[in-house]
Design a protein around this ligand. Sequence first.
Ligand code: NAD
Length: 486
Amino acid sequence: MSYDPQPVASHYINGEHVEDAAGAEIPVIYPASGETIARVHAATPAVVEQALAAADAAKRDWAAMSGTERGRVLRRAADIIRSRNRELSELETLDTGKPLSETLVADATSAADALEYFGGLAGALTGEHVALPGGDFVYTIREPLGVCVGIGAWNYPTQIACWKAAPALACGNTMVFKPSETTPLCALRIAEILTEAGAPPGVFNVVQGMGEVGAALVSDSRVAKVSLTGSVPTGRRVYAMAAEGMKHATMELGGKSPLVIFDDADLDTAVSAAINGNFYSTGQVCSNGTRVFVQAGLVDAFCARVAERMKDAVIGDPMDEATTIGPMVSERQIGIVEGYIAQGKAGGATLVAGGERLDRPGFWITPALFRDVTDDMAIAREEIFGPVMSVMSFDTEEEALARANATEFGLAAGVITRDLARAHRMVAGFEAGSCYINTYNLTPVEAPFGGSKMSGVGRENSRAAIEHYSQMKSVYVALNAPEAPF
Ligand code: NAD
């Protein structure tokens, strides 16, 4: 380990490190070794109150700054993050176990992209003028919502913090962010960097804790908006709590996304998309295309090629840049994955390769490739959130589309074919928020990201996120005397 990841304190509130050892201890476990590398404390009610009060007190002055001034802070933070990419990537690797080969290019960099993009947009956020007959007109004012709560999952702790903070702060809101209890370290660093970049105290605060701390934040009457990245069951609970207080909500939830591969596809394009869409981050990606529908004539060749390419995966020390597969995040998560692999075998699916727990400390499992999977099997219906690819055979385009959509989830979907007309027909029919043609799982900040059906509500990234972190006030201006009935 190149440095001690123990944070100065568990929480970051009002521009300062805050500790309250009365909160339950949360060990931070390095997934590659199973060792405890740091400890934080869950927020006590007093810490939750302190964070909400700080965000509430900061919101007026932050909103009163010009968008350009706010944007400058975000863009400075983006520059600092880029200049410290290696250090932040190492911290992300310690927090999550994801290999440095990924974190160097996908985490702090993606966080910086979000801060830069929304920082650039902040000065251009305006209302509009609507002309009416007789000279009257309406103008609209785009206003911040106020105090926002962000709650994160454990797979992309740096990215999730910034995908929420950047649009929220750009629009003039303040935020209290609660990272996942599994990966509490990275968001604290983002909070420090925002202060260094000039964010006034209270604008971005971080508190640690389990679900109950999240629930305490969501249900507070000072909070105007909640953005959760997490599972569907948590999303249901948090969305219901937000509804109680008529709060705005963005729900980035789970998925079981289809990747449809036609037999005219370039085989290596199809295999690369499937590998990226199943095994990146050891399969711990919400939008993964884990239901891989392959047209009947291509199934044998596809499975053989995937199995061959899987031999090139480098499973090893995440801090070695040659490593391409790291451990699962936790003992709990690897247990879930092992359970599904056992169910797949017992249910009659054929395990072509992988799926074995490695006999070493930490949470290591080889990526698994199943074929002969049927739509009713648990491995084809439920989100596993691990490196398990299920290949299913299909004959016609209509059949593929119907089966792809036969799920409660609707996060992402992909199609691999050389026939562009067919590709566009497929994406028109997909019931999913983020669709891909001849690639999979790319999430540039310029593109809206989010799910439909049970996978969520609202969109992150792109201009679309602005609509979810601001509200419109409309002002009717009369140039003529009002007409009254009496
Ligand atoms: P999770 O639902 O268990 O927890 C998510 C967060 O919610 C954690 O911070 C947790 O402490 C908090 N939480 C739990 N109960 C709560 C409650 N009652 N009130 C408020 N907060 C509460 O999810 P996880 O295991 O951390 O992450 C994996 C899940 O996240 C998967 O389902 C994955 O698909 C999803 N995910 C979605 C996206 C996306 O953008 N759509 C991205 C990453 C992960």
